[in-house]
Design a protein around this ligand. Structure first.
Ligand code: GLP
Length: 253
């Protein structure tokens, strides 16, 4: 089944529509298992979900979440850990019980065991109903860098130079960006029942074009999603800037 593509005019629209997509899942199935992403792209989506919670009573009390990834070596309390990001942008702002949120522990003593237990936790929860994804400028999803094996489960990954560079904006300099991360694997992500991939900004335009028009290849991890039965690609006009005309025509709001 071809990927569904929705091109929106602004980041605000991307945030509202993606939050609406997640909210619909939570209303339809209050005990939904959500896979969540970090990075700058979904910040507006979280803001909107928090607004829906406060103003419309969107209820997360039965929802379970699993985050995609975490930097190796950063403790939960580190300002740039994804744990801190999630608390600040979502967990602490809605009524989700703390024992229902999950993120790999980047400072675990035994990383291999942490990965195994994380994967088992997802399975025990019944698998992911809806996985939200961003995309790296090099086409990575989670922290599965180009060349990643399509069969991987939650594992320790070495970050590519381009990802370290792209993420250095959150740190004092690229020297402070951890070199490794724990990430759900491509197979973990692929097994989600539904996937929503968000992209904004010109820096993503090339990866989005390659994903939509190119072959399925480990060199562009996001291309694997073309083999998934239920993927929605929600992108702003800037991120869609390199898509061919005929694709754009069919993909407006
Ligand atoms: C990081 C995260 C990804 C995210 C990507 C894009 O590398 N591990 O999950 O999708 O960055 O981030 P941004 O949304 O900030 O461009």
């Amino acid at each position: 089944m071809p990927i569904r593509i929705l091109i929106v005019d602004s980041y605000q629209e991307l945030s509202q529509l993606s939050a609406g997509f997640v909210a619909e899942m939570v209303r339809f199935k209050p005990s939904a298992v959500l896979g969540l992403a970090t990075g700058s792209t979904p910040i507006g989506m979280y803001e909107e979900l928090v607004r829906l919670h406060i103003e419309q009573g969107l209820d997360f009390s039965k929802t379970t979440t699993f985050n995609l990834d975490e930097y190796v070596g950063l403790s939960e309390s580190h300002a740039q850990s994804y744990y801190t990001y999630m608390r600040r942008n979502f967990w602490d702002c809605v009524n989700i019980p703390s024992d229902q949120v999950h993120i790999p522990r980047g400072d675990a003593g035994d990383l291999a065991r942490e990965c195994e237990e994380y994967e088992e936790g997802i399975e025990r929860a019944g698998g992911i109903d809806l996985q939200v994804l961003g995309i790296g400028t090099n086409g990575h999803i989670g922290f599965n860098e180009p060349g990643s094996d399509f069969g991987t489960k939650t594992h320790v990954v070495r970050l590519s130079e381009s990802t370290i560079e792209a993420n250095s904006r959150f740190f004092a300099s690229s020297n402070f960006v951890p070199r490794e991360a724990i990430s759900m694997g491509l197979q973990t992500i692929f097994r989600s029942r539904r996937i929503l991939l968000l992209a904004d900004g010109e820096s993503k335009a090339r990866a989005i074009r390659q994903m939509v028009t190119g072959d399925v290849t480990p060199q562009l991890p996001a291309s694997l999603l073309k083999q998934h039965a239920d993927v929605m690609l929600m992108v702003t006009r800037q991120a869609a800037a390199e898509l061919p005309e005929d694709v754009v025509k069919l993909s407006g709001t």
